[in-house]
Write a protein that binds this ligand. Structure first.
Ligand code: S3P
Length: 489
């Protein structure tokens, strides 16, 4: 009977030339077919990089960079564009969307909750928003792959829905701490269960009326802040989040872009429920976290000059530029402009003699995703680089302090992990084998290290590069980094 009803509705849509309805049915149908066949085959969303169990990158030593490239769209902004576009009233157009697995996981989650989303096609996505109260119960658990951002941000807004949801992820995500969001959400009245020690899966019970609150975050985390602000869109009264140090503020900026008021006073961000999101146009800048690999590559490879176009330079993300400059890097920002509420620039990098530094504390949260590749810069610098106060690196997609230290040591670099950082003495880099432990940024960092290595570097477990930078190998080859999938030079 249901099937017949659906067919009647489809026939009616054809009769009345209801393009919107037809588009919804067929987009959902196509995507559902692809989604299920991938889940059944236990494959992730982006094919190319997932054919092998252990995808190995082979990076040949040496090289010099030149040219101009635009790296893919910002991951943080891409996630948020889908979330807020879905909850808005009206149709949101997104350009420059990152077609990486993490952002696609968020996109799929909203499709699973009934939102009609067209694309992505060449970075264009059209989201037919359903309003703050228009999400529908998903047919099963929401599978979020490798993406901590998806799980933490979604948990906030799902805690306020009328229906139950279960959030799951891959092996890496299943080890990451979720109590940092579950605990404050419970204080707001959410009912959430996790596996042992606050690990995923998260089971979120719907039908709770959340209460606004003031929360002082124990760690500097944009994911926790954003989670609570999203819950705050539904919670009675005001929700305020205080951060111990500035973290990326894309959620606050984008909420305002959708016409939702957010008050920011120093280190406190506040929302109150009762307003609505109105559809808008979003242009996603290139991801500075992806550009970072080329900023370091251009700095360490002698005789290089490279232009990175249209990079987001939101001041909560530019720690990598400041740190490289402190190390003696030659970086210039050109053509600075603002696009859709986010500052953007072209960044020119030329090779430079780097020197080791003590990384200033205040820059740590502003460069949190760029440390793996900054450790490579430190290995190429003269003297000692010391990082402290970065214990958060131990709970990223891998334990980035240990995994980077292990890899650098395997290549003959003197690198000593500490509980909250690392001490690296610059010196020669040899060839050898390293393991990225499925962490995209580790895999790309060791690809960059090859520019100064004396032998080839074999990097294991690289498939997850597709989570944030699906065309990394293509762009790397284009500018002169000699890394490719083993066997496919
Ligand atoms: C992100 C916040 C950061 C960052 C992650 C993306 C975001 O995580 O490492 O890649 O989009 O909000 P934390 O909030 O855990 O620091």
């Amino acid at each position: 009977d249901d099937f017949r009803d659906d067919l009647d509705a489809l026939r009616n849509a054809v009769d009345t030339q209801d393009g919107h309805h037809l588009l919804g049915v067929f987009t959902r149908a196509r995507v559902a077919r692809e989604h299920f066949s991938k889940i059944l085959a236990r494959r992730a969303y982006v094919d190319a990089m997932h054919d092998n169990n252990d995808l190995i990158f082979l990076a040949q030593p040496g090289g010099r960079l030149s040219g101009r490239i635009r790296v893919p769209g910002d991951k943080s902004i891409s996630h948020r564009s889908i979330m807020l576009g879905s909850l808005a009233e009206g149709t949101t157009e997104v350009e420059g969307f990152l077609e990486g697995e993490d952002a696609l996981a968020t996109l799929q989650a909203f499709r699973d909750m009934g939102v009609v989303i067209e694309g992505p096609q060449h970075g264009r996505v059209t989201i037919h928003g359903v309003g703050l109260h228009g999400l529908q119960p998903p047919p099963g658990p929401l599978y979020l792959g490798n993406s901590g951002t998806s799980m933490r941000l979604l948990s906030g807004l799902l805690a306020a829905q009328t229906f139950d949801t279960t959030l799951t992820g891959d092996a890496s995500l299943s080890k990451r701490p979720m109590n940092r969001v579950a605990k404050p959400l419970r204080e707001m009245g959410a009912v959430i269960e996790t596996a042992a020690e606050g690990r995923p899966p998260m089971v979120i019970r719907g039908g709770q009326q959340l209460r606004g609150m003031s929360y002082e975050m124990p760690m500097a985390s944009a994911q926790v802040k954003s989670c609570l602000l999203l819950a705050g869109l539904y919670a009675a009264g005001q929700t305020s989040v205080t951060e111990p140090a500035p973290t990326r503020d894309h959620t606050e900026r984008m909420l305002r872009g959708f016409g939702y008021p957010v008050a920011v006073d120093g280190n406190v961000a506040t929302v109150e429920s009762g307003h609505k999101l109105s559809a808008t146009h979003i242009e996603v800048p290139a991801d500075i976290s992806s550009a970072a690999f080329f900023l370091v590559a251009g700095s360490i490879a002698e005789g290089s000059e490279l232009l990175l176009e249209h990079v987001g330079i939101n001041p909560t993300r530019t720690g990598v530029i400041d740190i490289l400059k402190l190390m003696g890097g030659d970086l210039t920002l050109e053509n600075q402009r603002e696009v859709g509420g986010e500052p953007v620039a072209d960044i020119r990098v030329r090779s430079a003699k780097l020197k080791g530094i003590e990384i200033p504390q205040e820059l740590v949260p502003l460069a949190i995703d760029e440390f793996p590749v900054l450790f490579v810069a430190a290995a190429c610098a003269e003297g000692r680089t010391i990082l402290r106060g970065a214990e958060e690196l131990r709970v990223k997609e891998s334990d980035r302090i240990q995994v980077m230290a292990d890899g650098l040591v395997a290549l003959g670099v003197k690198a000593e992990p500490t509980p909250d950082g690392i001490i690296i003495d610059g010196g020669p880099i040899g060839g050898g084998e390293v393991n990225s432990h499925g962490d995209h940024r580790i895999a790309m960092s060791f690809s960059v290290a090859s520019l100064r290595a004396s032998g080839a570097i074999r990097i294991h477990d690289c498939a997850n590069v597709a989570t944030s930078f699906p065309n990394f190998l293509g762009l790397a080859a284009q500018v002169g980094i000699r890394v490719s999938e083993e066997g496919k030079a």
